[in-house]
Structure formats: structure tokens, C-alpha cells
Write a protein that binds this ligand. Structure first.
Ligand SMILES: CC(C)(COP(=O)(O)OP(=O)(O)OC[C@H]1O[C@@H](n2cnc3c(N)ncnc32)[C@H](O)[C@@H]1OP(=O)(O)O)[C@@H](O)C(=O)NCCC(=O)NCCS
Length: 173
């Protein structure tokens, strides 16, 4: 469990299905994805993360707003294919009613700090479709810089943002 000023990040449970389905089935939230998720994809999403916790010790974690106890999104680390390499990626999805309040970057900063403190990765990435301004603005907000722009079957063009352990340590000084 990770705690920040306004949030708790914890592992998903099957009780979270309806709440995350509401977020991932929303067309506006998912406009940079091929299409919004159906219930089966939301179920697979939780199953994939439960598997990742066991396999790697991390995954996307449920993001809970402390004030209300509500699940407002997810954020965490998964291994993603970024231009042909399997790399640790910080991912985030926040319910649209909470966008632009600093919650996505608050969660992502906590995940960044957790990952550098608890894994041996020297680089952390975020990648996204080139049109996903909210996503790359969040990557920049947590200290990442654009390291790659590449053609991608899924996204047309993808951007990869990243930061190094050294940059993270310098930020803490
Ligand atoms: C990406 C996402 C998680 C950001 O969540 P959020 O809670 O709104 O993010 P924050 O409020 O912490 O914003 C972080 C920074 O990004 C900026 N930002 C966020 N959304 C933005 C947008 N749509 N356009 C431009 N800038 C944006 C903020 O201004 C802030 O910048 P600052 O630090 O300079 O002030 C949210 O937009 C989302 O869930 N999008 C849909 C799912 C998605 O596409 N996820 C990424 C998949 S690759």
C-alpha cells in the first residue's frame, strides 16, 4: 500500500470491477485507445494485474481517494513493449470527473518513488499515443523527458518519456 496526501494506492480486488469498468468503458477517457473497454476487458484488466502482483511484485494499483474511499482510477508499473523492448512503464487512468486536480501526477510520483526505491530498474518510462496530451503532460509533471518518437502499429505514432534513477536522485537533493 502506498499513501500520498490525498490518495491510497492498493492492489486491485474483484470488488473493484464495477468501479474500474465505469472508468475504462468511458469513451472520452478511452479516446486514445482503440475503443472503450467492455465488461469482459475490464475483468481481464483486473486478472492481468492480479497476475502481475504475483509474478513481478507490482502492477497497476487501484487509486483510492482518501476523503471518500472511492476508487478513482489506477496507477502503477507494468512491463510494456516500447519500440521492441520490454520496459518498466508507469501507467495511469483517472476518472474524468477528477481530471486536472493534480491527482494523476500525485499517484504517478508515488509510483515513481516506489519503483526506484523497491526495484533495480535504472530507467522508468511512460509511453502513449502522440495525441494523448494529458498523458505526456503527466509524464513531464513527474520529471520525465521525451526520449523517443516511433511508428507503432497500435498508436500510429507513439511517444516514449523516461527518467533515470540518477535524475530521480538529483530531484531529491
Ligand atoms: C492522463 C491522466 C491520468 C492525467 O490525470 P490528471 O489527474 O488530470 O493529471 P494532473 O491533474 O495530475 O495533471 C498533470 C499535468 O498534466 C497536465 N494535463 C492533464 N491533462 C491535460 C490535458 N488534457 N491537456 C493538457 N495538459 C493536461 C496538467 O495541467 C498537469 O500539468 P502541470 O503539472 O504543469 O500543472 C488523465 O487525463 C486520464 O485518465 N486520461 C485518460 C486515460 C489515459 O489516456 N491514460 C494514459 C494512457 S497512455
Amino acid at each position: 500500500m502506498i499513501e500520498t496526501e490525498r490518495l491510497i494506492l492498493r492492489e486491485y480486488t474483484w470488488q473493484d470491477l464495477d468501479a474500474i469498468y465505469e472508468i475504462l468503458s468511458d469513451p472520452e477517457t478511452m479516446r486514445h485507445y482503440p475503443k472503450p473497454f467492455d465488461k469482459e476487458q475490464a475483468r481481464n484488466w483486473i486478472a492481468w494485474n492480479l497476475h502481475n502482483y504475483g509474478e513481478y511484485g507490482f502492477g497497476l494499483w487501484a487509486v483510492i481517494l482518501k476523503e471518500t474511499g472511492e476508487l478513482i482510477g489506477d496507477c502503477g508499473i507494468t512491463l510494456q513493449d516500447i519500440d521492441g523492448e520490454r520496459l518498466p512503464e508507469i501507467g495511469y487512468h483517472i476518472h474524468k470527473k477528477y481530471w486536472r486536480h493534480g491527482l494523476g501526477s500525485e499517484a504517478a510520483k508515488a509510483v515513481r518513488d516506489w519503483a526506484f526505491a523497491n526495484t533495480r530498474y535504472d530507467w522508468l518510462y511512460s509511453y502513449m499515443k502522440y495525441t494523448n496530451v494529458g498523458s505526456y503532460a503527466t509524464a513531464i509533471a513527474i520529471g520525465m523527458k521525451k526520449v523517443k518518437e516511433y511508428p507503432d502499429e497500435k498508436n500510429g505514432i507513439s511517444y516514449a518519456y523516461a527518467m533515470t534513477r540518477e535524475e530521480w536522485e538529483d530531484r531529491k537533493q
